[in-house]
Design a protein around this ligand. Sequence first.
Ligand SMILES: Cc1cc2nc3c(=O)[nH]c(=O)nc-3n(C[C@H](O)[C@H](O)[C@H](O)COP(=O)(O)OP(=O)(O)OC[C@H]3O[C@@H](n4cnc5c(N)ncnc54)[C@H](O)[C@@H]3O)c2cc1C
Length: 284
Amino acid sequence: MHIVVCIKQVPDSSQIRVHPVTNTIMRQGVPAVVNPYDLFALEEALRLKDTYGAQVTVLCMGPPPAEAALRKAISFGADDAILVTDRAFAGSDTLATSFALASAIGQIGRNMAVDLVFCGKQTIDGDTAQVGPGIAKRLDLQLLTYVSQVDRVDTERREIVVQRRAEGGVQVLQTRLPCLITMLEGTNEMRFASQAGMFRAARHPVRVWDKAAAGIEDVAKIGLKGSPTVVSKVFAPQPKASKAEQIKCESNAPKDLAVTLIAKLFTQHPALESAISAGTTGSI
Ligand SMILES: Cc1cc2nc3c(=O)[nH]c(=O)nc-3n(C[C@H](O)[C@H](O)[C@H](O)COP(=O)(O)OP(=O)(O)OC[C@H]3O[C@@H](n4cnc5c(N)ncnc54)[C@H](O)[C@@H]3O)c2cc1C
């Protein structure tokens, strides 16, 4: 089984500050970490390797320093690492990023067919959760999002069974390989790197691919040219001025609670009662 895990290097969000005037993120001096969601994906891939045997390849698109994220993944037990980096990728939005990663996965598959692609559910900086589904669509892979656990893989029948967290419960889904999984946070605990793993990571040659090596011929699909997203406004969230209020009620009966709450609302918003009667609440 060949598993590709997509990992992104992100600024440590606990140390990020927003510039008070320009409202842009101040990245200077902020250490970079592996996107935490991607570590859950990597751990799940390594567990499959422990159980079934697998080749685990980690893939990252980013600037040259992102190699550190790949070495970290090697120290945990990944077998191979590829950094896709090229000035032509600068300014890529999620559409261009998923195109570049899908193309690189296509190239990886030329040497050894890829059975499973893991992504994190989302990143802590971009936060869009679009890249995983974007890769799946481009590579025509079955897409399993919000996965909390892989139950089993049948490599002979080319089937996989996963648990997916859905609103109000857990879905157990079975599908065919190859597929792409986006892994939920908090679902497993990342193992520690062994000393041997750390030595291996320091020595391991990380493969560095430019756009041509990643199989990209059409530069109009990457970088700014391939990015239709327009950032129209950037702002820092304002702290809320209003505080929660405790409303006292004589009894705990739902009807009495509702009447007290509605009476309070009508007192605070005098126009509300007549607007509801007139059916014009939209104008308030
Ligand atoms: C107009 C515009 C311009 C931009 N310009 C730049 C720029 O110049 N430089 C820059 O760094 N960013 C840039 N970005 C941000 C960049 O588009 C996103 O960081 C990137 O597309 C990933 O999106 P996300 O962080 O929302 O990932 P999500 O969709 O939330 O990520 C989901 C999962 O996909 C995988 N994944 C995501 N990104 C990568 C990656 N790079 N490598 C491997 N796996 C990955 C991970 O497994 C991750 O958990 C720009 C964005 C926009 C809108």
